[in-house]
Design a protein around this ligand. Structure first.
Ligand code: FAD
Length: 393
C-alpha cells in the first residue's frame, strides 16, 4: 500500500507541502484538509483595501491541486489529532489515518489580549489579518468613511504574521485617502517601540503623505489595553481614541488546532527541527508556516512556502528513501509604500546549532532612486502571479 500523508490546512504552507509531495513522490498518497472552498491571500490584500485591486484577484481554488496533482482535497476542519494511533478526526465525524501528518493552521489571536475585543467586536472593528470577509468589511468601512475621519490602526506585539504588513497597510490606506478623502488622518497605536523597516516607512510617509500618518509607540501611550466597540473607541492607559474606522490587529499565537494538539510550547508557537520541520514535541507530526518558531525566519508566505518544500522533501526521503536535499530556505519580500513605490529584501536562512540563522543578500535602503522603487512595485506583481501558481497549481 502507498504511504499516506495528511496535510491539515490548505493555506500557503499546507498547500505547498501537499503539492510538492504529490508532484515529486508518486509512491505517497496525499490528502489535504481545508474547510474553505477557496483561499484568499493576505499578501496584496492591502492593495485591495486601497482600491487598487479587485478582491477576486486574491482568491485561489483547489481544483488544480486535486485534478493535476491527484491530491484528495477534503473541505472540512480537523477537530483533533490522535498521534498514538496516527489518526485525524474531522468535524464531520469521519477519521483519516496517516503515516505522516503535516499541520499548517496559520495563526490564532491570543485570548483576552485586548479587553472587549471579542467576535462581535471584530464585526465592528475588523482585524483583516486573515483575508476574506474581514478584509471586505474593512474596505467597505474605509469607502463609507467621511472625509476628515480618523482611521485608527492597532499594531500587534512581536512576533506576529508579516512584520511589515501593518505599516504597509497604513501606507496604502493613506494613498487611498489622498486620492479620495484628503482630510482624513491615520493614527497607528503600536504595542511596540519600533517596527520593521521603520526608516523606510517613515521616510515614505514624509515624502508621500506629509502630516497624514501619526505613529505612537507603546512608550508614549502605555499600549492599547481595551476596545469599546459600541463607541468604536480604542483605549490606552492614558487616553481614549474615538475612531471613524478602526483596524484592530491583536497579539497572535499558533492556530487553535496546534494548541489543542499539544504542538505549541509555552510561547504559544510550535518548536520544530530546522531541517525536517518535524515537531520537537510530537514525533511523526511536521509543522510549517506562521505557526512555528522560525528563529530568524519571519512569519511570511514566502517563508511558509520555502519551509514547506524542505518539509516535503524530508518526508519523501523518510517514507520512500528518495534523496535528501539540503534545505534551501529563503525569503523575498516586496512591501508597498505607495502604488508605484515598493521596497524589497532577499534573505536566506541556514540551520546553525539547531536554529535558523539569516544571511542577508539584499535589503532596500532609504536613498534608493524612485526608478528602483517603481521597478520593485512592478516586480511584485510578477512575483504574485508566479508565487500563487507555485502554491495552488
Ligand atoms: P495560512 O495561509 O493562514 O493558512 C492556514 C490555513 O489553515 C487556512 O487556510 C485555514 O483555513 C486552515 N486551517 C486552520 N485550522 C484548521 C483546521 N483545524 N483544519 C483544517 N484547516 C485549518 N507574506 C509574504 O510573503 N509577502 C507579503 O507581501 C505578505 N503580505 C501580507 C500582508 C498582510 C496584510 C498579512 C496579514 C499577511 C501578509 N503576509 C505576506 C503573510 C502571509 O499571509 C502568511 O505568512 C501566510 O499566509 C502563512 O501561511 P500559513 O500556511 O502558515 O497560514
Amino acid at each position: 500500500a502507498k504511504a499516506r500523508v495528511v496535510v491539515i490546512g490548505g493555506g500557503i504552507g499546507g498547500a505547498t507541502v501537499a503539492k510538492y509531495l504529490a508532484a515529486t513522490a508518486t509512491a505517497i498518497e496525499v490528502t489535504l484538509v481545508e474547510p474553505r472552498q477557496s483561499y484568499a491571500t493576505c499578501f496584496f490584500s492591502n492593495l485591495y483595501l486601497a482600491g487598487l485591486r479587485p478582491f477576486e484577484s486574491l482568491s485561489h481554488g483547489y481544483e488544480a491541486l486535486a485534478k493535476q496533482y491527484g491530491i484528495t482535497v477534503i473541505h472540512e476542519s480537523a477537530a483533533a489529532i490522535h498521534p498514538a494511533v496516527k489518526t485525524v478526526a474531522l468535524n464531520n465525524g469521519s477519521k483519516l489515518s496517516y503515516d505522516r501528518l503535516v499541520v499548517a493552521p496559520g495563526i490564532a489571536f491570543r485570548d483576552r489580549a485586548l479587553n472587549g475585543y471579542d467576535e462581535a467586536a471584530m464585526e465592528i472593528m475588523p482585524h483583516a489579518w486573515n483575508a476574506g470577509q474581514q478584509t471586505r468589511l474593512l474596505r467597505q468601512q474605509l469607502e463609507s468613511m467621511e472625509d476628515g475621519g480618523l482611521f485608527v490602526l492597532v499594531a500587534p506585539p512581536n512576533p506576529f504574521r508579516c512584520p511589515p504588513a501593518p505599516y504597509e497597510r497604513a501606507s496604502l490606506v493613506a494613498s487611498y485617502f489622498q486620492r479620495r478623502k484628503p482630510k482624513a488622518k491615520i493614527l497607528i497605536l503600536d504595542a511596540k517601540d519600533s517596527f520593521n523597516a521603520q526608516d523606510l516607512f517613515q521616510d515614505a510617509w514624509n515624502r508621500h503623505y506629509p502630516g497624514m500618518i501619526e505613529w505612537l509607540p507603546a512608550q508614549f501611550t502605555g499600549g492599547v489595553t481595551a476596545i469599546d466597540a459600541k463607541t468604536r473607541s480604542v483605549i490606552t492607559e492614558g487616553a481614549t481614541f474615538k475612531a471613524a474606522v478602526a483596524n484592530v490587529i491583536p497579539a497572535q499565537m499558533a492556530g487553535r488546532l496546534a494548541q489543542q494538539a499539544g504542538l505549541a510550547n509555552q510561547s504559544g508557537w510550535c518548536p520544530v527541527d530546522p531541517v525536517t520541520f518535524e515537531s520537537a514535541l510530537q514525533p511523526g507530526v511536521h509543522l510549517v508556516g506562521d505557526a512555528i518558531i522560525g528563529w530568524d525566519m519571519p512569519k511570511s508566505a514566502f517563508c511558509a512556502n520555502s519551509q514547506a518544500k524542505a518539509c516535503a522533501f524530508a518526508i519523501a526521503a523518510d517514507l520512500t528513501g528518495s534523496a535528501r536535499f539540503p534545505a534551501h530556505l529563503f525569503n523575498t519580500c516586496y512591501t508597498y509604500l505607495a502604488p508605484d513605490d515598493a521596497f524589497s529584501n532577499a534573505i536566506s536562512f541556514k540551520p546553525v546549532d539547531g536554529k535558523l540563522k539569516s544571511v542577508i543578500s539584499f535589503i532596500s535602503k532609504v536613498e534608493e532612486s524612485s526608478e528602483v522603487r517603481r521597478q520593485a512595485a512592478r516586480a511584485a506583481e510578477g512575483w504574485y502571479d508566479a508565487f500563487t501558481h507555485d502554491v495552488f497549481g
